[in-house]
Structures are given as structure tokens and as C-alpha cells.
Ligand binder design. Sequence first.
Ligand code: HEC
Length: 130
Amino acid sequence: MKSLWILITAGITASAMAADKVDVSKLPPAAKQQGVTYAKDIKPIFEKSCVKCHGPEKQKGKIRVDSLEATLKDGEHGPIVVKGKSADSSLVHSVARLNEDEAMPPEGKGDPLTKEQVGLIRAWIDQGAK
Ligand code: HEC
């Protein structure tokens, strides 16, 4: 009986870990463009696809992306942008839809971002999220 419980517990732990793990090798590459900034390149993308849920009216997951300062603040589960490291940033995992449960915009709630848009967001973060 005891070994059965160990098996069940191990199974639950393994599936919980699998849910958290994302395959960053599936991320689209960062754009080659230099001098990417929030104001010039990123804000228009977020305004179109994100701000209705992460802006002045609603802050789903305690996240706002309607200004640079707000985007760099922690959400419910910690930072969403790791400056210089787009592959480690959960915002990038979300918009690249690596995990359908945490994909942004959520399934059926707006058009997924294009590979080019995700690449631009990656370049922005890799260049220091300015
Ligand atoms: C229709 C509403 C809606 C839209 C549009 C939307 N989100 Fe979200 N977002 C949510 C909700 C709800 C949560 C909280 C999910 C949870 O806590 O399980 C969330 C959570 C998040 C998270 C936190 C996930 C994490 O890693 O902790 C990030 C990052 C995020 N959104 C980014 C974005 C970005 C960027 C866009 C635009 C490309 C966007 N969202 C568009 C509703 C939305």
C-alpha cells in the first residue's frame, strides 16, 4: 500500500513539474533590429493586444503593460521581464504560447502575436528593456 502512495505522489509531482517547464528552443529568434525601445516598438503591440486586460481598467494577474515602468514591475508570480534575458522572461513564454494554459492573449481572447512581434519583444528585452 505504501509503495502505491509513493507512486501516486511521484506521478503528481512529475506532472506539476512538466506544466511549469517550457521548451525555450521553440521560441522564435530575437529580431536583428538594433535600438528597440518600449515607447517606439513595444507599446503599440501591447496596446493592441494586452492593455484591455493589463492596463488602467483591469490588472489580470496583477500585471500592467501600459507603461515601461509598470511592465518591469513584478506580477502575481514575480517578474515577467528579466532584463537582458528574453528566454528567461515569462512574458515571452506567454506571448510565444509555449504553454497553452498560460498563452497570452488567452485562447479565443485575441489574435496570437506573430513570430515577428515575439522576436521584437525578445530583442527589446535582450537589449536591456529600455
Ligand atoms: C482577455 C484578457 C487578457 C488579454 C487580452 C491578455 N491577458 Fe495576460 N493574463 C490574463 C489573465 C486572466 C492572467 C492571469 C492568469 C492566471 O493568473 O492564471 C494573465 C496573466 C498574464 C501574465 C502572467 C503569467 C505569468 O507568467 O505569471 C503575463 C506575463 C501576461 N498575462 C501577459 C500578457 C501580454 C503580454 C498580453 C498581450 C500580448 C496579454 N497578457 C493579454 C488575461 C489577459
